[in-house]
Design a protein around this ligand. Structure first.
Ligand SMILES: [Zn+2]
Length: 434
């Protein structure tokens, strides 16, 4: 197994003021095995981290990686028109090469912006799995199921999702796991939601779903079921500890408390919500009070359009402060926690933090970058990273104890080729749409 010794790192600690501490970190067998000063150990890779900041990698807990191919394809449109008139017709024409090219483009961007783990929902997931495995990223992948009440479609969708989940598990890739991913309460029948939940329990997988993203959705679910989305999901028995629910924008206090009581996790996607004008702001202070596990995502690149988790952490902090007229209501450290440890915890992974025994999913930032300075023992580094940091500050990435990017050079992917393939596939797709 690969071993990595990171020397002279300025470790970005999770202590109260975020002041950095100097230390060495040894990674063995995919985990952090030692933290201290003057570590002398034989390691396959030695990284001199002088002048760099070491921090946990980001967890992008909700995305549709392959949609990166549709970045810039249609923007500044109403969500319903954007989906029905542009995205769905384009997705229907996306062939195997397009899915792979889009996923590779996404993994390239995520690695370069410091993301070490992502949670994906899409279709043709065997191809997404292949592209993800090539990238060296940690991921949880799920086939997005939709039946719109059609029983025959339901069986077909469940079959595809189960087959993919089982094959992903049996592939025994130490970095990739699967989820059951019914798209949402308004695109899936009660039976599909329940049956996919049962499979998620049986295979011990996360249950990944879109939930309460827009007001329209809330009213549609109310009309169909007489209940608000979270209450409806609870009434049919699928609201539980393994639920990772994307968006959670339009929620009542009762729904937030219910999520907390049942142990469901909320994945907030402020960039996507702002761009698609979802209007609301997730009730973060109430979620924290009700002990709802909070993590962040970017959503797909067609609706954000960036996969940078620096932006997600900054947006959520600013959005909540502004909405509540209270600059102290959420701190930079809390926002960074959502973007790192919050994500790993939501998926039952011991990661997103620098501690002995934690997964060796780590990134290095250029400590000399103008936008991250001053960077002294008296500086609040959480604030520097969340409010001023950006993707361009990331220099190195280690995932599962293996180097994926060293000094800005990606080891797992051919950057030029990934970008070229994405452009070629995009042109092919657009010309097929006429
Ligand atoms: Zn989504």
């Amino acid at each position: 197994m690969t071993s990595i010794l990171i020397k002279n790192a300025t470790i970005f600690t999770q202590n109260a003021n975020g002041s950095p501490a100097k230390a060495d970190v040894l990674c063995e067998n995919g985990r952090i095995s030692k933290i201290g000063t003057g570590i002398l150990a034989k390691a396959e890779y030695k990284i001199d981290a002088s002048g760099k900041i070491l921090m946990p990698g980001f967890a992008n807990c909700h995305t549709h990686a392959a949609m990166s191919l549709l970045r810039g394809y249609c923007d500044d449109m109403k969500l319903e028109d954007w989906l029905a008139k542009k995205i769905w017709p384009a997705e229907a024409k996306m062939g195997k090469d397009a899915i792979k090219a889009g996923t590779k483009l996404a993994t390239l961007e995520m690695i370069k912006s410091g993301t070490t783990f992502f949670n994906d929902m899409y279709f043709q997931m065997d191809l997404v799995f292949e592209a993800t495995a090539d990238s060296g990223m940690r991921a949880c992948l799920g086939y997005g199921m939709i039946d719109l009440g059609d029983a025959a479609k339901r069986e077909k969708e469940l079959g595809i999702a189960r087959k993919f989940a089982k094959s992903a598990i049996s592939a025994k890739n130490p970095l990739i796991t699967a989820s059951m991913a019914p798209h949402s309460p308004y695109t899936c029948s009660k039976e599909l939601l329940q049956e996919s939940f049962m499979t998620s329990q049986e295979l011990k997988l996360p249950y990944h779903i879109h939930l309460s993203e827009t007001r329209k959705e809330v009213f549609d679910v109310l009309k169909q079921t007489g209940k608000r989305p979270v209450e409806y999901l609870d009434s049919i028995g699928v609201l539980g500890k393994n639920m990772v629910a994307a968006h959670c924008v339009w929620m009542t206090l009762r729904e937030v408390e219910l999520m907390g009581k049942k142990g469901a996790k909320a994945i907030l996607n402020p960039g996507s919500n702002l761009k698609l004008a979802s209007g609301g702001v997730p009730p973060v202070p109430e979620m924290m009070k009700s002990k709802v596990g909070i993590c962040l995502g970017t959503d797909g690149a067609a609706s954000n359009n960036s996969l940078s988790m620096f932006e997600a952490a900054k947006y959520i902090a600013l959005l909540v402060k502004n909405a509540r007229w209270n600059a102290s209501i959420i701190t930079a450290q809390e926002a960074l926690g959502f973007a790192t440890s919050g994500g790993y915890e939501a998926f039952g992974l011991n990661g997103g933090r620098i501690a002995k025994g934690a997964l060796a999913d780590l990134i290095l930032l250029d400590a000399k970058a103008a936008n991250l300075n001053p960077a002294t023992a008296a500086t609040n580094m959480h604030a520097q990273v969340v409010y001023a940091g950006h993707a361009g500050n990331v220099t190195d990435s280690i995932i599962g104890g293996k180097p994926v990017m060293l000094d800005g050079k990606i080891l797992t992917l051919n950057e030029d080729k990934v970008v070229e393939q994405a452009n070629n596939e995009y042109e092919r797709l657009i010309s097929s749409l006429g």
